[in-house]
Design a binder for this molecule. Structure first.
Ligand code: URP
Ligand code: ZN
Ligand code: ZN
Length: 465
């Protein structure tokens, strides 16, 4: 079955050109001026045709903070598709007492038959022992080539520095890459105890007990240890200038460190935590929202390539779940619901304002992520042979964020009331229209597991690789 998207402006990470896109089944067959052809036509006049966005940082159905994140792979990937996202890389969590293999099987089981867009997994290492390190090879062989370690969440997910270094060393042997949640869990624990001891229980204390220096220190430590181990390292959810500067300095001395920020650090700030209940708790995430004075630097870091990508860290908890911490901020489940918002917000405040070109937007939301996580050129670009994962972005299709337009199961919208002048009109996943003008057309199960390749240093300018 052929489809042709006609008359749009095709944007890749390198070019913006007027072109048609011919789709044959699940793949792109040709890009350019397509003559008369017996195919279903999608009119994209006046629109931009982008590679489907990839969200490489999501937490669907994830047990966390005494509860489970509110989106499963069905609702979470509907929200994804509505925001132009055609692939997620979700975090599987090593569940005690199990090893990585049985944990991966659990996560594959949750997603299979439910997702609307394609999905891969990173594996979060929470019980770093010999068996776990051994299992890392089997993960890479099965297409799970990235591993998250937490330097935060003491007594829950945190690993100690010696085990972190072992994971780094092992990642090099198996062809994977370690991702780091960089906050100093020991110091946070100390600050949280002190705040609670002084009777400070409100959501704002979540941010005040996780200051920027606690993140910057852990970022610096993670990078230095990776440098020592000779391993590439990827810092997730970089929230502030101080941490970004650690990454910039390390890259300047030749360290293979990569940094991701998330939309919440560009569009929300610490004052959101002061909103009256129940709203303040909705903005509790880690690292926390920062003073808005960081945001110009973070935009520039992204636009100039010092940070390589932007994701959402979608990890939604509804008001009832957030209320677990109504008398103690440290018990509020951490995470925001943001998977639907990235494209419209980045276009409105990035492209329209001239902070970044359409190609740069494509790079930081899709192409660079596909390269980083072993999915390029199957995903992240518009070229013959690539999956027909596409979003038709209409710069004049106004969007208002609200509960009515949201597909997440979280029950509120943290960007409620904000408007953008453009939004995704249609989202195609492997040639199938998943989202069309406000409606999801696919059945759960359209999305498939993506077997990702190993970390490829050559894609990041390493001439030794
Ligand atoms: O607050 C957050 N970020 N929740 C999700 C878990 C994590 O640390 O990424
Ligand atoms: Zn994290
Ligand atoms: Zn996360």
């Amino acid at each position: 079955m052929l489809k042709v998207i006609r008359g749009g402006t095709v944007v890749t990470a390198s070019d913006t050109i007027k072109a048609d896109v011919l789709i044959d089944g699940e793949q792109i067959a040709a890009v350019g001026a397509i003559g008369a052809v017996d195919a279903e036509t999608i009119d994209a006049a006046g629109c931009f045709v982008l590679p489907g966005l990839i969200d490489n940082h999501t937490h669907m159905s994830m047990p966390f903070g005494g509860t489970t994140s509110a989106d499963d792979y069905d609702t979470g990937t509907q929200a994804a598709a509505a925001g132009g996202v055609t692939c997620i890389v979700d975090f599987g969590l090593q569940m005690e007492p199990n090893g990585l293999q049985s944990s991966l099987e659990q996560w594959l089981g949750r997603a299979e038959g439910t997702a609307h867009v394609d999905y891969g997994f990173h594996m979060a290492i929470t019980k770093a022992d010999d068996q776990t390190f051994k299992d890392m090879q089997a993960m890479v062989d099965q297409g799970v080539s990235s591993f998250k370690v937490f330097l935060a969440y003491k007594d829950a997910l945190m690993v100690t520095d010696d085990l972190f270094v072992t994971a780094l060393e092992r990642s090099v042997e198996v062809g994977g890459i370690v991702q780091v949640h960089a906050e100093n869990g020991w110091v946070i624990d100390h600050l949280v105890r002190r705040a609670l001891g002084e009777g400070n229980t409100a959501p704002i204390y979540h941010a005040l007990t996780r200051p920027e220096s606690v993140e910057a220190e852990a970022t610096s430590r993670a990078i230095r240890l990776a440098e020592m181990a000779g391993a590439p390292v990827y810092i997730v959810h970089v929230s502030c200038e101080a941490s970004a500067r650690e990454i910039i300095a390390a890259r300047a001395r030749g360290v293979h460190v990569f940094g991701e920020t998330c939309i919440q650090y560009l569009f929300l700030d610490i004052n959101d935590l002061k909103r009256p209940a129940p709203e303040g708790a909705r903005y509790v995430c880690s690292p926390p929202l920062r003073d808005a004075s960081n945001q110009d630097f973070m935009w520039d870091a992204l636009s100039f390539g010092h940070l390589q990508s932007i994701s959402t860290d979608h990890c939604p908890f509804n008001d009832e779940q957030k209320a677990l911490g109504k008398d103690d901020f440290s018990k509020i489940p951490n995470g925001l619901s943001a998977i639907q918002h990235r494209l419209a917000l980045m276009w409105e405040h990035g492209v329209k304002t001239g902070r970044m070109s359409p190609s740069k937007l494509v790079d930081v939301t899709s192409t660079a992520i596909a390269k980083q996580f072993g999915m390029h050129p199957q995903k992240g670009t518009i070229a013959p042979g690539a999956d027909a994962d596409l979003v038709i972005f209409d710069p004049n299709r106004e969007h208002r964020f609200s509960l009515e337009t949201a597909f997440s199961n979280v029950g509120y919208d943290i960007f409620d009331g904000q408007r953008t002048s453009g939004s995704a009109r249609q989202t195609l996943s492997r040639g199938t229209v998943v989202f069309d003008n406000g409606a999801i057309l696919t059945k759960p199960g359209h999305g498939r597991f993506v077997k990702r390749g190993p970390f490829n240093a050559a894609l990041h300018g390493d001439t030794k690789a």
